[in-house]
Design a protein around this ligand. Structure first.
Ligand code: PLP
Length: 427
């Protein structure tokens, strides 16, 4: 109903459209998280819950870090942001770009900021296609991705996502996407040869497949083999480190752990630990040179109002300070064995299909079907934990890096208790 001041009071409640959610059945199902501290979050019923998925794989340094809030407050008070458009820029964006360039295993890195991972993918695909046009191979437009791969859901992201349900029902998608089986080098090579290497712009993969397939670490030699195939056929090797970047996989970047030197790297999530939205497409010299070489007449015609947002960059800088000062990446590496060992006995349970992990603080407990997974994720709240379903049927185990050892050990205990409750209801 419209009121005198023009507001519609009937619309003022429950207008929030949840992502990937069935809205008609939402009223009453909302789980409101109101506060966070370290590895815990608190809901509006006052329950303390271990944040097992770290939000959506992002709360790496933990919740409630006053140091990040203070850095953002200082920046907001001085200058919320100023765009990185044309000649304009701001010092926080410059500082962060240099810091990232000094960290990534990417040759002569240049950093194009976005507001998240999906935007980083769109920027990178445009960049790589433009690069091929400028270097005399305009037919190179196809981007190869893998089944189960997930790189965000904007235009091109939706067109290449390796989860069919995310692609269907939107009408015509963008051409130039080719999907191959996830861990099969022979299939990748066959696809390259069948399609024609001179029509392939880039190969894009996550080092450890995250949300699309529910944590699948790489098969031995797969990633270096894929990188070699790319080099052999001149294909740009693009690594999506949106989830794995900044320590999640037990090294600052998964590229280091697996001996990779990507031409382009995508970053987001752990860059700020989620304190503010920020992503980046990092281009190595090979691609960037077409635009950066002295005398190049070319401009990358792409722009985002909030590219290099100063307050988001301030959050990232403070986040990286914490990550380095507390050696949180070392902490992840030293806890990965404990996490996997704690989870493995769950394989004995009849409702558990698989336990995957062993790469940093990234693991999944795959259950026998989507419905079981959802039921267990709900039941586990009674054990003091928050969990979410990923890859269709798996519980996502990706806690903040600051999780205590006793809390790591509590995760399988809580899942077991939830499984007993769900089995009891089902029998
Ligand atoms: N790439 C990967 C591997 C992701 O997991 C995600 C999001 O979960 C994205 C890209 C997209 O990032 P965003 O949701 O910030 O747009």
């Amino acid at each position: 109903m419209n009121t005198a001041n023009g507001t519609n009071s009937a619309n003022s409640v429950n207008a929030l459209w949840h992502n990937h959610a069935h809205m008609p059945t939402m009223p009453g199902r909302e789980h409101r998280i109101v506060r966070g501290a370290g590895a815990y979050v608190y809901d509006d019923a006052g329950r303390e819950l271990l944040d097992v998925p770290a939000g959506l794989w992002f709360a790496n340094v933990g919740h409630g870090r006053a140091e990040i809030a203070d850095a953002v407050h200082r920046q907001l008070s001085e200058l919320a942001t100023y765009p990185v458009f044309g000649d304009f820029c701001n010092p926080r964006a410059e500082e962060l770009a240099d810091r990232i360039a000094g960290l990534v295993p990417v040759e002569d890195a240049k950093v194009f900021f976005t507001s998240g991972g999906s935007e980083a993918l769109e920027a990178a695909v445009k960049l790589v296609r433009r690069y091929w046009q400028l270097t005399g191979e305009p037919a190179r437009q196809t981007v190869i991705t893998r089944e189960g791969g997930y790189h965000g859901l904007h235009g091109f992201g939706t067109s290449i996502v390796g989860v069919p349900a995310f692609r269907e029902g939107f009408g015509a998608l963008l051409p130039g996407a080719l999907t191959v089986p996830a861990m099969d080098l022979a299939a990748l090579e066959a696809a390259i040869l069948a399609h024609g290497p001179d029509r392939i712009a880039a190969f894009l993969c996550e080092p450890v497949i995250a949300g699309g397939a529910g944590v699948v670490p790489p098969a031995d030699g797969y990633l270096t083999g894929a990188q070699e195939l790319c080099r052999e056929h001149g294909i740009v090797f693009m690594l999506d480190e949106v989830v794995t970047g900044f320590g999640r996989a037990g090294s600052m970047f998964a590229a280091e752990r697996y001996g990779l030197r990507p031409d382009i790297m995508l970053l987001a999530k752990g860059l700020t630990s989620g304190y503010l939205p920020l992503g980046a497409a990092v281009a190595g010299g090979r691609v960037a040179e077409a635009f950066w070489a002295p005398g190049s007449p070319h401009v990358f015609q792409h722009g985002l109002t909030y590219s290099g947002h100063a307050s988001a960059c301030a959050a990232a800088l403070a986040n990286l300070d914490i990550l380095e000062r507390e050696d949180l990446v070392g902490r992840v590496r030293s806890r990965e064995g404990r996490l996997l060992e704690a989870l493995l006995p769950l394989r004995e349970h009849p409702l558990v299909a698989d336990v995957r992990g062993g790469t940093g603080l990234m693991a999944a407990v795959a259950l026998r079907g989507h419905d079981v997974a959802e039921e267990v994720a709900h039941a586990v709240v009674n054990e003091g934990m928050l969990m979410r379903v990923t890859g269709g049927d798996a519980l996502q185990i990706s806690p903040p890096f600051v999780i205590g050892d006793e809390d790591i050990d509590r995760i399988p205990v809580a899942i077991s208790a939830a499984l007993s409750r769900v089995s009891g209801r089902r029998s």
